[in-house]
Design a protein around this ligand. Structure first.
Ligand code: PMP
Length: 427
């Protein structure tokens, strides 16, 4: 580790002794956080950090409306879906109203992994197939089943024999190329390969913003051909909205909307409860019908009253506080600032994103466009030491992942841009 205090050094050792070797800490100098408020996190010494890597407490830390909703409900009743309760229904109604009307049912769980696991079970039941197609740096979750179609986990998992990966639809890496046509052709060859091996396709599942692949948003519409292809092969299309969902992309509530497609299922998680564990699988009724009649689905904590209260408050706050609009407006301001940084720093190869999520591809220089992995790590750690939190994604671990809370202001954006300018200048 870097220059940690002796107390934090001892804590790192204690953590390893108690929790074992599978956990990872972010940053060379890990953060010991004790409090959060809005866009700020505070460490044990009271030092503030600007949180620009925020994908769970998406409304900002300790949003008062969500805190109050949790506090109130936990003092009244905390039970499960085996009893009648109006809150889960009121929330389901409000949530489903944000989707195309064809997506008429919602089932609740606690994590994104569980939501994707359920989507896969339903897809298998409905299609009679098992084949899964994902992009080659995607992440869909941690369960044994879902990790088998999460290639970003690397060597720690074996992709299933029923899984095929396709190259991420990467406009920067494939210039002069029709990205939609290429992605469609890649999905079609994956389908052909499954069929050649006697495996019937069940689903194409993508993070609609390709967040782990390096934040790939443009050109809008590029998913259309691939969605048609999987349906033509008897499979279904699942949009994983765990990262792009809940207004993050500014122009839309859901990431898939920028591609003009209507998924067969949509999975939700992370920001759904602003920190309270709640996730969901949104499904076309005709796809769920037979599975639902045969399965007995009970998820002890999924859809519990306290989580529903939190999720309801989140959705209300997004709508009442016009946070989608804020993501669009402040996002546009940030995009402009990031483009200026690209013009000033030769190691910034590409700036991309939508709303309040950006990927900045770091290269050795703009002409060779070779991945600058070490520089990326240095920039992230330098920013952390400067009091600004971001992280890394992408196949070459050379994309800065920038994802501020939806309540980010122009002033917060300017502060972030100044820190990034300093960190890039030090390269
Ligand atoms: N899908 C995507 C796109 C994700 O980013 C994640 C979490 N990083 C998951 C699924 C899994 O969610 P969880 O960690 O809540 O199981």
């Amino acid at each position: 580790q870097g220059n940690l205090s002796s107390e934090d050094d001892a804590m790192v050792a204690r953590r390893y002794r108690l929790l074992g070797p599978a956990y990872r800490l972010m940053y060379e100098n890990p953060l010991h956080l004790v409090r959060g408020e809005g866009v700020w996190l505070y460490d044990v010494n009271g030092r503030p950090y600007l949180d620009v890597y925020n994908n769970v407490t998406s409304l900002g830390h300790c949003h008062p409306r969500v805190v109050e909703a949790i506090r109130e409900q936990v003092g009244i009743l905390a039970t499960n879906t085996r009893y009648l309760h109006s809150l889960i229904l009121d929330y389901a109604e409000r949530l489903l109203a944000t989707f195309p009307s064809a997506l008429g049912h919602v089932m609740f769980a606690c994590t994104g992994s569980e939501a994707n696991d359920l989507a896969y079970r339903i897809a298998k039941f409905h299609t009679g197939g098992t084949g899964v197609i994902v992009t080659d740096m995607s992440y869909h979750g941690i369960s044994d089943t879902v990790s088998q179609f999460s290639p970003s986990l690397g060597k720690s998992v074996n992709l299933g024999v029923h899984v095929r990966t396709v190259p991420s639809p990467h406009a920067y890496h494939y210039p002069h190329c029709d990205i939609g046509a290429k992605f469609t052709a890649d999905v079609k060859s994956a389908i052909d390969d499954l069929l050649r091996h006697g495996i019937k396709p069940a689903m194409l599942i993508v993070d609609s913003l390709f967040t782990s692949d390096g934040v790939l948003a443009d050109p809008g519409g590029f998913l259309k051909g691939a969605v048609d292809a999987i349906r033509a092969a008897g499979g279904i299309f699942v949009a994983d909205e765990v990262q792009p969902g809940f207004a993050r992309t500014g122009d839309f509530m859901w990431g898939f909307q920028r591609h003009g497609v209507e998924p067969d299922m949509v999975t939700l998680g992370k920001p759904m409860g602003n920190g309270q564990p709640i996730s969901a699988t949104v499904i076309r009724p005709e796809i769920l019908q037979e599975f639902g009649e045969n399965a007995r689905y009970f998820n002890t904590f999924g859809g519990n009253a306290v989580s529903c209260a939190a999720a309801f408050a989140v959705l209300q706050a997004i709508q009442d506080e016009k946070l989608q609009e804020n993501a669009r407006v402040v996002g546009a301001h940030m995009a402009e600032g990031l483009s200026k940084l690209k013009a000033r720093h030769d190691i910034v190869g590409d700036v991309r994103g939508a709303g309040l999520i950006f990927g900045l591809e770091i290269v050795t220089d703009q002409t060779s466009a070779k991945a600058g992995r070490e520089a990326t790590t240095r920039v992230v750690n330098r920013m952390r030491d400067d009091g600004v939190l971001i992280s890394v994604c992408g196949k070459g671990y050379n994309v800065l992942k920038i994802r501020p809370p939806l309540v980010f202001s122009r002033e917060n954006a300017d502060m972030f841009l100044a820190a990034l300018d300093r960190a890039l200048a030090a390269e």
